[in-house]
Design a protein around this ligand. Structure first.
Ligand SMILES: [Zn+2]
Length: 300
């Protein structure tokens, strides 16, 4: 690796930092070697975190003249990688201030914080560290390449990319919703209830599923015979199961794909398509087109 910490001086944002890193390291392998990158950028050591109740930490000082990244022992490799990326973010983002003892200590909730209220400085640092970690582990140019090679969205593809980029399925679903050219949303389900929902607010604005409420009736989630770990077929559903149709100015179809997971979890992909601009293939349903695309993908 050639990138040095000096190359990143004067850059404050996660986006700015990651694009500079990628500029200096245009051919980073996948999964991105995050530990090696941290050491290259002057992190002294990656050690075991022994403080209970936290996922990761960073020992540093106000000037960030040194840094030791701490990670909880025994976590899965994707989680460990995400935590290292997060702590590296605290280390590199210039205005992140450690507590008075020169520590950052980050909980599981911190590692999931995606938005912060105005004026909540600590939450804002967590949001930025998470954004840095996502961007460096799943560099958008590499994701776009993957979408170009395989344009039809599916949970199979999310899982395949999660493996290839060395991230959790959920982290990949989040990035997939943000960067895939199709309008997608991912719903994390736990014990039959709607949990976190990831979608691009501009392209997929009308998800109405409420957190903590049961998965809406009519969802493919209730289909009989689904097997853990095996994604269902993708299928069109009535749009009003998932979206506020009155706010959706375009006539649209919603397709859904479900994959049950271990421990009562499930992941649902929603695919929102406007039916107005379908000039070609007018007689094909979404499902038909999806099948045709999958066919093409298999042949490639
Ligand atoms: Zn943190």
């Amino acid at each position: 690796m050639d990138v040095v910490r000096m190359d990143l001086a004067d850059t404050g944002s996660p986006e700015g930092l990651v694009s500079l890193i990628l500029k200096h390291e245009p051919s980073l392998p996948l999964p991105v070697p995050i530990e090696e990158l941290a050491l290259q950028l002057e992190v002294e050591e990656i050690a075991e975190l022994k403080t209970d109740g936290f996922e990761g930490g960073l020992i540093t000082d106000t000037n960030r003249s040194r840094g030791i990244i701490l990670v909880k022992k025994g976590v899965s490799e994707p989680r460990r990688r995400f935590t290292i990326g997060h702590e590296l973010g605290h280390f590199l983002i210039a205005n992140h201030v450690p507590d008075k003892d020169g520590h950052f200590l980050c909980s599981k909730a911190d590692l999931r914080t995606l938005s912060a209220k105005e004026g909540d400085r600590r939450a804002k640092m967590e949001v930025e560290a998470n954004r840095f970690s996502s961007l460096i582990l799943m560099p958008p140019p590499r994701l776009r390449d993957a979408f170009k090679r395989h344009p039809s969205p599916s949970l199979e593809h999310v899982f395949e990319l999660a493996e290839r980029f060395g991230v959790s399925k959920e982290a990949m679903a989040r990035a997939y919703a943000a960067y895939h050219p199709e309008a997608l949303a991912f719903v994390v389900v736990k014990d039959g209830k709607v949990g976190r929902v990831y979608h691009d607010g501009k392209r997929f604005p009308f998800v109405v599923a409420n957190r903590g409420k049961p998965v809406p009736q009519g969802s493919l989630f209730y289909k009989k015979g689904l097997q853990i770990g095996i994604p269902s077929q993708i299928d069109s559903r009535l749009p009003d199961i998932w979206i506020d149709v009155s706010r959706d100015k375009r006539a649209s179809t919603i397709s859904e794909q479900v994959c049950l997971q271990q421990n009562g979890f499930a992941l649902i992909m929603l695919w929102h398509e406007s039916t107005e601009d379908e000039d070609e293939n007018e007689d094909m349903t979404t499902r038909d087109r999806w099948r045709a695309q999958q066919e093409r993908y298999r042949r490639d």
